[in-house]
Design a protein around this ligand. Structure first.
Ligand code: HEM
Length: 84
């Protein structure tokens, strides 16, 4: 449930930037995209560009019509917050 979700500072998001440990933020939500990488229709390379980063802009540019909230619901880790 929502109570178990974390507040994730940008500095923590940045650490998860590897093929086998990839998190990415979209519209304020942080997802663990690791297990989705092989299934991305646009390819692994494109998706890995946003590993450890805020991917909102690239996502909106490539396919704003894709329902990411629905697709990656099970991969939601928490909410992106600024570093204090
Ligand atoms: C295609 C999902 C992130 C680039 C697609 C498609 C889906 C998808 C469902 C097929 C769309 C369609 O055919 O209408 C996702 C999800 C993402 C993500 C869930 C986040 C976790 C990204 C990012 C980029 C990207 C960050 C760019 C850096 C592309 C491209 C295609 C594509 C270029 C088109 C591939 C083609 O038609 O040949 N993605 N995507 N995606 N995606 Fe993503």
């Amino acid at each position: 449930g929502v109570d178990s979700l974390m507040r994730i500072p940008m500095s923590v998001l940045k650490q998860h930037n590897k093929r086998d440990d990839a998190w990415s933020a979209f519209n304020g939500k942080v997802y663990n995209i690791t297990s989705y990488i092989p299934y991305h229709p646009g390819g692994e390379k494109e998706l890995l560009r946003v590993a450890g980063r805020d991917g909102s802009k690239l996502f909106a540019l490539t396919h704003a019509w894709v329902n990411l909230d629905y697709m990656l619901d099970a991969c939601l880790v928490g909410f992106l917050v600024p570093d204090s």
